[in-house]
Design a protein around this ligand. Structure first.
Ligand SMILES: NC(=O)c1ccc[n+]([C@@H]2O[C@H](COP(=O)([O-])OP(=O)(O)OC[C@H]3O[C@@H](n4cnc5c(N)ncnc54)[C@H](OP(=O)(O)O)[C@@H]3O)[C@@H](O)[C@H]2O)c1
Length: 265
């Protein structure tokens, strides 16, 4: 099946590369900024960059909508797709029923709707082995889910069928385990930078923390640090060091309280 990708960000870049490498023909890549689309098509066997949402002449029948969550509705409304198309978004939180409703209300030709959600963190500039990415599929019809599972299995061995409620829960857990954790790494780097110390010194600690959490039955079983030990003098000393930084103080206190509540319960 020929594929077009709407969006030219992190997910579009990685999906484009993975689908292309798996032998799928990518017909078009859309971006409002043609240069963003060109940055993807230059690495594809045969893909055209476009800044138009009219795909009526496209040879593609599977359209991947990989735009920011807040842009999904407005882009879906403007899309013109050929007959017998499947449109799948890649969001962890946008409901499938809402995409189906938008396509029904705003389009003359019927469009099959689905979700093609990769449970992974993607950055354009960082290469990634897509085979290690869990792929979550949802579709309004079983026949469409089967097609998407087939496509998914060409880029990823294991594909999950996940409904909208389950996907939202997975996404929420992903925000805690990935996005918040990464932000904490950024804050740690800032603390070190301000004191002329290298972030690289934390690398073994960060790797050991993640490995230990994944190996243990429950991450809480391997929690360490002053909060779980109840070392109040150390906590006070840390808060004193953060005295001038209200944001970091708030985060430190919230995390400390959360750890202590968990382990006191
Ligand atoms: N990044 C991840 O780790 C990740 C993982 C799983 C799922 N997802 C989901 O995948 C989707 C894309 O995420 P991303 O990280 O690839 O985002 P991104 O890198 O920020 O790229 C967003 C894309 O959306 C386009 N866009 C934004 N507003 C638009 C509008 N009003 N009209 C048309 N296009 C618009 C941008 O267009 P321009 O090129 O024109 O600027 C850009 O190409 C989201 O639904 C996200 O939840 C992301």
């Amino acid at each position: 099946m020929k594929i077009s990708i709407i969006g030219a960000g992190n997910v579009a870049t990685h999906l484009g590369i993975a689908l292309d490498a798996a032998g799928f023909e990518i017909c078009e890549v859309f971006s409002r900024e043609i240069a963003h689309a060109l940055a993807i098509t230059k690495d594809l066997y045969n893909g055209k960059a476009t800044n138009e949402l009219n795909f009526s002449d496209s040879e593609a029948r599977f359209f991947i909508l990989a735009v920011s969550d807040d842009a999904i509705a407005s882009v879906a409304e403007q899309l013109v797709l050929p007959e017998d198309s499947i449109l799948a978004h890649t969001s962890g939180s946008f409901p499938l029923a809402e995409l189906s409703r938008l396509m029904l209300v705003h389009h003359d030709l019927p469009v099959e709707t689905a979700v093609f959600y990769p449970l992974m963190t993607f950055s354009k500039s960082v290469s990634l082995d897509f085979k290690k990415t869990p792929l979550c599929i949802e579709a309004t019809k079983e026949s469409i889910a089967t097609i998407l599972i087939e496509i998914g299995k060409k880029i990823r061995n294991v594909v999950y069928t996940v409904n909208t409620a389950e996907r939202k829960t997975l996404h929420l857990a992903a925000v805690f385990s990935c996005n918040f954790t990464n932000h904490l790494f950024s804050l740690a780097k800032e603390i070190l930078d301000e004191n002329d110390l290298e972030f690289a010194m934390l690398e073994p600690l960060i790797k050991a923390t993640v490995a230990k959490a994944l190996r243990s039955e429950h991450p809480a079983d391997v929690q360490t640090g002053p909060a779980v030990r109840g070392d109040e003098q150390t906590i006070k000393a840390h808060l004193k060091l953060l005295n001038d930084n209200k944001d970091l103080t708030k985060i430190y206190q919230t995390m400390t309280q959360s750890i202590q509540d968990w382990h006191d319960a």
